[in-house]
Every structure is written in C-alpha cells, then in structure tokens.
Design a protein around this ligand. Structure first.
Ligand code: AHR
Length: 505
C-alpha cells in the first residue's frame, strides 16, 4: 500500500493567532540548571555577574519569550527572601524537592538580570506548598510595587530601585501531586489559590495568574481536580496549567511517536473542564491554557535515584540530565505541532526545562555549551511558528501501535506570518517503516515560492549529540516539487519537516 498524506493550507482556515508565549521555557533551582548552567562565576565565559555568555547566546538563538522560575517542585518549599540581599549574608537551605542543598547564591534579582540579558520575560511562581497568601503578597510587593512600603523599600535597599513589573504568576506548582511538599486536596488548593489570587490582584490588578491544573493526564484526580479547583479560582485567574512528560520506556518507537495523540486529548479535556466551570458560573470569560511544563523525560530516571541515594544534600548534582536522541526530537516536534494546533486556547507553554535539566541546552562545567537533538524542532517552531495557525486539513494514511489506534502517519500544522508574507508547514512522518508521499495544496497564497525545505532525518533513532559531535541536526532538502501552488515530496519515515514558503521577491 502506498502511504500518502494530502494537505490543504488555506489562508482563510484560521485557528487563531499564535501567542509568542507558546515558545516559553523553564529554569528551576534543580540540578545544574542554575549553578554551572546559567550561572558559573568561575567559568571563562562568565560575564561580570557570573552568567555564562555561551548559554545566553544559545537561549537567544531559541528566541525564548518567557521563562518560568524558580520551580517546579522546588518552589513549594522555597523562601524567596533567602535569595535576595547581600550574598555574604545568604544562607544555604535544604531543598526537600530534590534532596539537595540550595546555596542561595543566585536568587530573584540575579534571575531578573539574567532574563534581561537573555532577552526574555519572567513568569514567577509563588510557594503555595508550605507558604500562603501573605508570602505571595510580599513577593509581589517586592517585585512590582513602587511605594514607601516594607517590601518595596527592601528591594530598593538591595539596589533595585525600579520595580520589575512581572506580569505572569503561577499560583503554586503541581499541588495535586503527593510528591509535592505541602500537596493539597482540590478543595484545599482551590480555596488557598482563590484567596491568594484575590489578594495578589489587590496589590497589582495588571498581573495574570495561572491556576494549578493536574500534574499529568494520568493523575487519578484528573479531571475532577480542574473542575473543583476552578470553581474557586475561575473568576480570579487567567490560565489553567497543564504539565506532561513522555518517555520511550518500552523501547517501542511507533507507540512513543503516537504519544502526542494523548497530549491532544489532555488539552481537549482541560478545555472541556474549564468550559464546564464557565457554563456553571454563567461566566463570560474564556479561560486560556498554560502548558507550562512539557517535554521528554525518562533517560535520567535511574541515575537520579542513585544520586539521591548515594549523595543526598549536595550542591547542584547532575540531576535530570537526559541526553536526547533522534526519536526524542521527533516527539518534541510532534508536541510542538500539537500546541500549535490548539493555538486558540493554549496561549502559553514552557518547554521544561532550558539548561542541563531535561534541556535543549547543555553545558560542560569545564568546557562549552552545546545543542541537544530537541534544540532544533524547538528552534524551528520558535523561529517560523509565529503568526496565525491554520487548520490542518489533512487526509493521511494511518497505522496502529501497541497502545494507539488509527494514528495518522503524518502529523502537521501550518502557520501563516502576514508580516513577512510567509507560511511554514511543520510536519512529522511518524511512520517508522514507510516513507509517505506528501502533497500540500496552498490556497490564497498567490506568487509564493519555496524558501527552504528543512529536514531532520536519521536512520539511527538513538543517535545523540554531545559537546564535540552534532550527529543530529537539520539539513536543507532539495527533493521536492512546487507547481501551481502544490508542494510535493516523499517524506522520509521518521522525519521532522519544515517547509517554508514565501511571497516571491
Ligand atoms: O521539570 C521537572 C519537574 O517536573 C518539576 O519540578 C515539576 O513541576 C514536575 O514534576
């Protein structure tokens, strides 16, 4: 049987504008994300503040618009005051989330300065695990208020005259998870988040708040958690969060590449739960989704358990250092396509994380920084996926996998950028056995030409990159035709494809 996928890209079939914040990321005080990741004062590439310039360059290359900070599980027992003020008087503390020591040599003000240099905005999370309304208010006052008041004056005394005006705030992290320090029932969290949100908006009504959704789709409390917590928070928040990580634990690549279908169902269920609360409350507000943790995470699980057992309470051990392979890059590409396909409701997303910890960017403590395989699909989506997402009208041959039925061979989305008069098709052929004959008919794009056809293809699903070798990287492909607005190619099995078209110059 010939494998085929036929797509129509029509300028009028709009999903919605893609929010730039869809290409956000995440830095947690975890492993080597901060220490020897973004901050290493003794490194030859460190600037006057101790930030690694080689890392900043790679972050800039990814054009990350927003970075979530400081956690993650870490935030649920974080005392932000530990990380501000003169470094000589800061004290180390136990980090219960990761069984490490947080030296507190890098904190809020250092992160704000780093973010400025990296050209990115900050999404701040407050501790709703072991703390509550008052501490969230104090932190917000320290960050955003210019008044003659306790925490505003404290910031000024620390040398930061102007408030930061941080707009996006997470009301805790994964509060449904038993692993979370200070985990809550849905009712407990709903009430606490509601009161925290109310108070925070009294301090700064311009902020946008994210209510904690389920930690992942298979949580036993999903989606009741969403329905119950939103009954409390709906009127005060702007987003609900989603988190999801995947892994090829059974070494079943076909099934692994079908997992983005589960992500799609997750998004659709959260939309349904939010809209149920909207209807129940007779609200006119439509809640948006913040997919503020997503990625592949499994390679490092065993190593992490060993580190925890053998060397607890160390500073910046190499935790969650997944070394990504080619098939992981394909799944990350599929997850990006899934986010873009829901650009009307998913208005913020964070690839978790950014540096060293389940990250596209890795550093060598004694050497340089380098790009993992997953760096590239993210780079392409962030570079060419801004504009208006278009409905992927596609008919593709399908296949079954061990846990999924009728999985389309080709997963695809297109984004039209009116500013540059360009349209980009992102596609993955996830069939592990067959190439697929792919055609895409462009409608409403007169006088367009192919600017570039970028692919990532590899016969070795387990190929990885290292500091010294980039085995997995994109290439330009010339085997295609483009006649009368119809693009045709044989899309190689297991491939990431970025077809860039633009108005003839
Ligand atoms: O990103 C790693 C961890 O994954 C985060 O700390 C937590 O929120 C999630 O479980």
């Amino acid at each position: 049987m010939i494998r085929k996928a036929r797509m129509i890209v029509d300028k009028e079939y709009k999903i919605d504008e893609v929010d730039d914040k869809l290409f956000g990321s995440f830095i947690e005080h975890l492993g080597r994300a901060v220490y020897t990741g973004i901050y290493q004062p003794d490194h030859p590439m460190a600037d006057e503040e101790g930030f690694r310039k080689d890392v900043i360059e790679l972050v800039k290359e990814l054009k990350v618009p927003i970075v979530r900070y400081p956690g993650g599980n870490f935030v649920s027992n974080y005392f932000w005051e530990d990380g501000v003020g003169p470094k000589e008087s800061r004290n180390p503390r136990l980090d219960l989330a990761w069984t490490t020591i947080e030296p507190n040599l890098f904190g809020l003000n250092e992160f704000m300065s780093w973010a400025k240099k990296a050209g990115t905005e900050v999404m701040m999370a407050v501790n709703l695990g072991t703390r509550g309304v008052a501490d969230a208010c104090n932190l917000l006052e320290y960050c955003n208020i210019d008044a003659n008041s306790y925490y505003s004056n404290m910031r000024k005394a620390h040398g930061y005259e102007k408030p930061y005006g941080i707009k996006y705030w997470c009301l805790g992290n994964e509060m449904d998870g038993p692993w979370q320090v200070g985990a809550k029932t849905a009712k407990e969290y709903g009430r606490l988040a509601e009161e925290t949100a109310k108070a925070m908006k009294m301090i700064d009504p311009s902020i946008k708040l994210v209510s904690c959704g389920s930690s992942f789709k298979d949580m036993p409390t999903f989606p009741e958690w969403e329905a119950i917590t939103l009954e409390h928070t709906y009127d005060y928040v702007d987003y609900i969060s989603l988190h999801q990580y995947y892994g090829n634990r059974g070494n079943d690549t076909a099934d692994y590449l079908a997992m983005s279908v589960d992500m799609e169902q997750f998004i659709e269920t959260v939309i349904a739960a939010s809209d149920y609360v909207k209807a129940k409350k007779r609200s006119r507000k439509k809640l948006m989704l913040s997919f503020d943790e997503w990625n592949v995470w499994y390679h490092s699980n065993d190593a992490d358990n060993q580190i925890k057992e053998r060397k607890p309470w160390s500073v910046a051990p190499p935790l969650l250092e997944d070394i990504y392979n080619f098939e992981d890059a394909l799944l990350v590409g599929l997850m990006l396509i899934t986010l873009l396909k829901h650009a009307d409701r998913v208005k913020m997303a964070c690839l978790a994380q950014l540096v060293n910890v389940i990250a596209p960017i890795m550093t060598d403590e004694k050497g340089g920084a380098w790009r993992q395989t997953i760096f590239y699909p993210f780079l392409h989506a962030s570079s060419y996926g801004r504009g208006i997402a278009l409905h992927p009208v596609i008919q593709s041959t399908k296949h079954d996998t061990s846990n999924h039925e009728d999985v389309s061979d080709v997963e695809v989305v297109a984004v039209y950028n009116p500013e540059y008069e360009e349209v980009t098709i992102f596609a993955v052929n996830r069939n592990i056995e067959h190439d697929v004959n792919f055609t895409s008919e462009l409608r409403g794009f007169k006088n367009y030409e192919v600017l570039e056809y970028i692919v990532m293809e590899n016969d070795d699903m387990k190929a990885v990159n290292t500091l010294s070798s980039q085995n997995v990287k994109p290439e330009s492909k010339t085997e295609y035709s483009f006649d009368d607005g119809i693009f045709t190619t044989d899309m190689k099995k297991c491939s990431w494809n970025v077809i860039r078209l633009g108005l003839k110059k």
